[in-house]
Each structure stands twice: as structure tokens, then as C-alpha cells.
Design a protein around this ligand. Structure first.
Ligand SMILES: *[C@@H]1O[C@H](CO)[C@@H](O)[C@H](O)[C@H]1NC(C)=O
Ligand SMILES: *[C@@H]1O[C@H](CO)[C@@H](O)[C@H](O)[C@H]1NC(C)=O
Ligand SMILES: *[C@@H]1O[C@H](CO)[C@@H](O)[C@H](O)[C@H]1NC(C)=O
Ligand SMILES: *[C@@H]1O[C@H](CO)[C@@H](O)[C@H](O)[C@H]1NC(C)=O
Ligand SMILES: *[C@@H]1O[C@H](CO)[C@@H](O)[C@H](O)[C@H]1NC(C)=O
Length: 515
């Protein structure tokens, strides 16, 4: 495959550029289990998986949203705008896959974002489509400009971002300014239901980036207004500990409806973005950083939990008011990486150390199962262990309450932050093992499929669905942890030129004078 060989040769040209002081592939480092293949071989294996998944999608599904790899069909769970293509763009860019980059940017100008046959999620559309296009624009207008054959297509990434945001913006037209999430474009209506903490609190990075790139301040103002209710939550009972909030918010009043939460799906990326906004622009978003510190300090003090059968492990519990539930999720495993990022940026070693403990706990959920992949949901409540999992709980420190794996990235994402912060090759080993396990179990037909049971060799059954975030996230983090130093890699010293949105699309951080 000529394109791939050329791109890889370019990516690894000359001496293999390494982070300062980071030993690579040293015998006896990390777990000392074995020698890994060289970093460039590992990175190339991930690129091969990306090309396999892309070729399957391109042949059988493009420009629909997702590939059904077992039956060589397609699905449209994301409004039929080509979710996998837009989500794959920034990964194709960092991997230097020029042919795929140009296939995607030739396509994006043809999308009609004002029209769709299905209900639109403001949140999902923002993180995947808006995030993917803005990241592509930042790269192709910046350090990876050489990868675009047609400069008009690059300008179109920003034009289409404006079109999409303009199509979505009526969602914010509510009495409080907290948007509705579920939109019907055919008559510009909403479903009128309460919104969630993550779905309200994970818009601001994308919409502020768009405002800064276009000079249209409305995009920033809409999301800052919505976020204002999350930074000063009401009623007081919805904040059981300082910084830790409920999850359901009324767009009518802007008030919280509950006091249930954690670092779990539905809440997760609200906390993630508090510190990422500070990374993006510390002068405008210092308050967000202060709220992140409150949440993190409360988490360490009140949510830290060690399974009775494995007191060496650290997990973060969920809560309802001040009552803990000893349950967590694959989705929550981004938390270790987020603590590490914040610890580095704020120069707080205690947050980095705590984050590394969380990374270790999530790694344990991978190595305990028959496939080497962690489950969707797990728990460690000593009084509720299912008898069939008693021995498993005894040795691993958790039991499985939902055994699926949906091609999620969070565990490998946190390995990536741990590696960038520490330079410890143990985290490259863990990421490589996870990638090999995922490749061995989910690779099927024309791509990769979600599976039903991580604790059965072979994964139980394929659900015949290749998520768009497989391209955006799993393959990007799996690649970057072995890839050469580059300005978009997470800073090793707390200084970041780029910040990753929750879908792993990197944006250039704000610099005064030019966006
Ligand atoms: C470049 O892309 C634009 C759409 O963005 C298209 O109209 C134009 O034909 C393309 N030019 C070439 C030479 O392909
Ligand atoms: C700025 O964005 C808002 C929100 O989508 C939109 O209504 C308005 O037309 C935009 N302004 C300009 C000058 O494009
Ligand atoms: C949580 O606290 C609120 C307000 O104090 C109360 O109304 C609610 O019943 C509590 N919920 C639970 C499950 O304890
Ligand atoms: C689990 O460990 C406890 C305490 O060590 C022991 O009593 C019990 O028999 C073990 N259960 C299983 C199924 O291994
Ligand atoms: C990934 O899986 C495919 C198909 O099973 C296999 O051919 C390939 O060698 C695997 N890649 C790695 C790096 O093990």
C-alpha cells in the first residue's frame, strides 16, 4: 500500500523523535513482562487497523454514519451526515493518511446540515461533527496544511461548522438559556425534556473555538450562559459536596432536579471540560478551573473507594445525595487521565498520583477478563456480589454488571495521559496489550464490531456495529502513545499547544492576537 508506506516513512523520518528523557522499549522497564516491538512498529500496527476499518467503511457504508462490519451493511444513528467520516478526519491527519484526509474533506462540503431524517442530539452533534470539523480546520490551517490537496475544502470545514452551529443554535432559545438536547430539525422543535449535566456541560469548548475562529461571539455567549447554571448550581441540595453535582437540569428554570452523580456517563465530560477550558484559555476560564479543583478535592475526600477483596485498588464511587453506590463504568475511566492532565497543568503532584491510581484500577478491569478488555459497567459492593462471580470478585476486586464492550476509548485514553506525564513505558505496554486484545476480539468481516461479553473468549457475540468514535478516539490514543513527538501531543510538562475535545479531536489552544 503505497500511500501508507509513504505516509509512515514521512511520519518516522530521520531519527525517531522521542519525548525528552523518555526511554523507549527498554528491557526490564514497566512491568518487565517482555520486550515490546519497537514504537514505530506498534504505531504502524495501529495505522493498519485504522486503514482496515476505513476501507470497510468506505466500501460498504460511506457516506452513511456507521459500518455494520459483520453483514457489510451500514447504519445512520447520527443523522445521516457521515459520522464516521467526520470523526475519522483528525485521526487520519495525525496518522498522516493523506488519501483518507482528502476523501473526507472532499465529502464534508457536500453535507446538508440543515436537513436530517432523525432526531438531533445537540451534544453528540457538537462533540463528533463540530469537533471533528474544527479540529480538521485547525490542523489543515496549521501544522498539517500539506495534507490537503484542495484549499477550498479546508475553508469549507469552517463554513460547514458555522452552518451546523447555526442549524443547532435554536436549542438555546429557552427561558433560562440552558438548551434542550433533543431537536427535530423538520419543524425546529425540541422534545421539551430536561437536559443532563454532561450534555449541557460539554458544548463550550467546541462553540468557543468556533467563536474564536469566526469572530462570531454569539457561539461563545450561548454556551457560556448555559454553563453559568452549572458553575453556580441551584438548589444547594443539588451539590452534595462542593463541586459535585446532580445530573438533571430544567431548561425552563436552569435548576437541577436531582443530586445523583459521579464521574460517570451523563456527568463525565462536564468535569472533563472544566479543566480543559482552562487549558484552552486560562485568562477567560479561571473560574472553570476553580470549580474543577473543588470537584476533584471532593472526589478524593468523599468518593474514593477500595474494594474489600482488593484493598490495593482505587475506584471512584457514584452518589445519590451523600450516599455512595460502589459502581463504575468503562466511560468513567477517562477520570484518571483528566486528573493527570489537571495535576500537570496546575503543578499538583497529588492529583497526578491520584490519577495514576485510577489508571491502575481501570487497567485491572482489563487484565481480569477472558478477553483482556474491560466491561461496560462494574461494581465492588461486598454485599451484592453475584454468587457466580464470587471467585472473580475475590481475585479481581470487582464484578461485572454489564459485560459489553462498545469500542470505547477511555481506558487507553487514560494510559496515554499517564504515559505523557510520567514517561513510564509501562503505560505503553498496557496500551499495546489493550490494542492487541481489542484487535484480537473485535476484528470481524470488513471492520471492527462491538461485542457482548468481555469475559468470554471471543467476546460472546458481535453486535455488528462499528461506532464512529472507534476512528476518532480508540485508534487515535492507541496511535499517539507510540507516535513521535509532535506539537499536538499532550504536553509532558503541563504546557499544551493543543487540547483534545471529549471525542479526542485536538483543537489549537487560544493564543492572544490570533485564534
Ligand atoms: C475544491 O473543493 C471545492 C469544494 O470545497 C470544489 O468546489 C472544487 O471543485 C474543488 N477543486 C478541485 C480542483 O477539485
Ligand atoms: C452568529 O451566530 C448566530 C448563532 O448561530 C447566528 O444566528 C448569527 O447569524 C451569526 N452571525 C453572523 C454575522 O453570522
Ligand atoms: C436527596 O435529597 C433531596 C433534597 O434534600 C431529597 O428530597 C431526596 O429525597 C433525597 N434523595 C434520596 C434518594 O435520598
Ligand atoms: C473469597 O474469599 C473469602 C475470604 O478470603 C473466602 O472466604 C471465600 O471462600 C472466597 N470465595 C471464593 C468463591 O473464592
Ligand atoms: C489484528 O488482527 C488481525 C486479524 O485477526 C491480524 O491479522 C493482525 O495480525 C492483528 N494485528 C496485530 C498487531 O496483532
Amino acid at each position: 500500500m503505497i500511500t501508507k508506506a509513504v505516509a509512515l516513512a514521512a511520519a518516522f523520518q530521520g531519527a525517531f523523535a522521542l519525548p525528552k528523557n523518555v526511554p523507549v522499549n527498554l528491557k526490564g522497564k514497566g512491568n518487565g513482562k517482555r520486550d515490546l516491538p519497537p514504537a514505530e512498529v506498534r504505531a504502524e500496527a495501529v495505522v493498519n487497523a485504522f486503514r482496515t476499518a476505513w476501507e470497510g467503511y468506505s466500501k460498504y457504508a460511506f457516506p452513511n454514519d456507521e459500518l455494520k462490519p459483520v453483514t457489510n451493511g451500514f447504519s445512520n444513528s447520527r443523522n445521516q451526515w457521515g459520522a464516521s467520516a467526520v470523526d475519522a478526519l483528525s485521526t487520519a491527519l495525525v496518522m498522516g493518511q493523506k488519501d483518507i484526509v482528502n476523501q473526507i474533506i472532499d465529502y464534508i462540503p457536500t453535507i446538508d446540515y440543515f436537513s436530517t431524517p432523525s432526531s438531533v442530539s445537540l451534544f453528540e452533534t457538537t462533540i463528533r461533527y463540530l469537533g471533528g470539523m474544527l479540529s480538521g480546520y485547525d490542523f489543515l490551517n496549521g501544522p498539517l496544511a500539506d495534507l490537503a490537496d484542495n484549499k477550498t475544502n479546508v475553508e469549507q470545514l469552517l463554513e460547514q461548522s458555522k452552518n451546523l452551529a447555526n442549524a443547532l443554535s435554536y436549542a438555546f432559545d429557552t427561558p433560562s438559556g440552558v438548551p434542550y438536547n433533543n431537536l427535530d430539525f423538520s419543524d425546529r422543535s425540541t422534545d421539551g425534556s430536561n437536559n443532563g449535566l454532561a450534555t449541557v456541560g460539554t458544548l463550550i469548548l467546541e462553540w468557543v473555538r468556533l467563536a474564536d475562529l469566526t469572530g462570531n461571539e454569539t457561539y461563545a455567549k450561548l454556551t457560556e450562559k448555559a454553563e453559568s447554571y452549572l458553575l453556580a448550581p441551584k438548589p444547594a441540595t443539588s451539590e452534595p459536596w462542593p463541586g459535585l453535582l446532580g445530573m438533571s437540569i430544567s431548561p425552563t428554570t436552569g435548576e437541577f432536579q436531582d443530586a445523583r452523580g459521579g464521574w460517570i456517563g451523563g456527568a463525565d465530560s462536564f468535569y472533563e471540560y472544566l479543566i480543559k477550558m482552562y487549558v484552552y484559555d486560562p485568562s477567560r476560564y479561571a473560574t472553570y478551573k476553580d470549580r474543577w479543583i473543588l470537584a476533584v478535592d471532593s472526589t478524593i475526600t468523599h468518593l474514593t473507594s477500595h474494594p474489600k477483596s482488593r484493598p490495593d485498588l482505587t475506584f471512584v464511587a457514584m452518589y445519590t445525595n451523600q450516599t455512595l453506590q460502589l459502581v463504575s463504568q468503562h466511560l468513567a475511566c477517562f477520570d484518571g487521565g483528566n486528573f493527570i492532565l489537571g495535576g500537570q497543568v496546575l503543578d499538583k503532584q497529588e492529583y497526578i498520583d491520584y490519577g495514576l491510581e485510577l489508571v491502575n484500577g481501570c487497567h485491572e478491569t482489563y487484565i481480569a477478563t477472558a478477553t483482556g478488555i474491560g466491561p461496560e459497567i462494574f461494581a465492588w459492593d461486598d454485599t451484592k456480589v453475584p454468587s457466580a462471580q464470587a471467585a472473580f470478585y475475590n481475585s479481581s476486586g470487582f464484578y461485572i454488571t454489564n459485560s459489553a464492550y462498545q469500542l470505547r476509548p477511555e481506558v487507553i485514553e487514560s494510559f496515554y495521559y499517564a504515559y505523557r506525564a510520567t514517561g513510564d513505558v509501562k503505560y505503553q505496554e498496557w496500551a499495546w496489550d489493550a490494542f492487541l486484545a481489542i484487535n484480537a476480539t473485535t476484528r470481524v468481516g470488513s471492520g471492527f464490531s462491538s461485542i457482548e461479553d468481555v469475559d468470554v473468549v471471543g467476546g460472546g457475540a458481535f453486535t455488528d456495529f462499528q461506532e464512529s468514535f472507534w476512528f476518532a478516539e480508540v485508534l487515535k490514543y492507541s496511535f499517539l502513545i507510540h507516535a513521535p513527538e509532535a506539537e499536538w501531543q499532550v504536553g509532558r510538562d503541563g504546557v499544551n499547544k493543543w487540547v483534545f475535545n471529549t471525542e479526542a479531536h485536538p483543537f489549537k489552544v487560544f493564543e492572544d492576537g490570533y485564534a
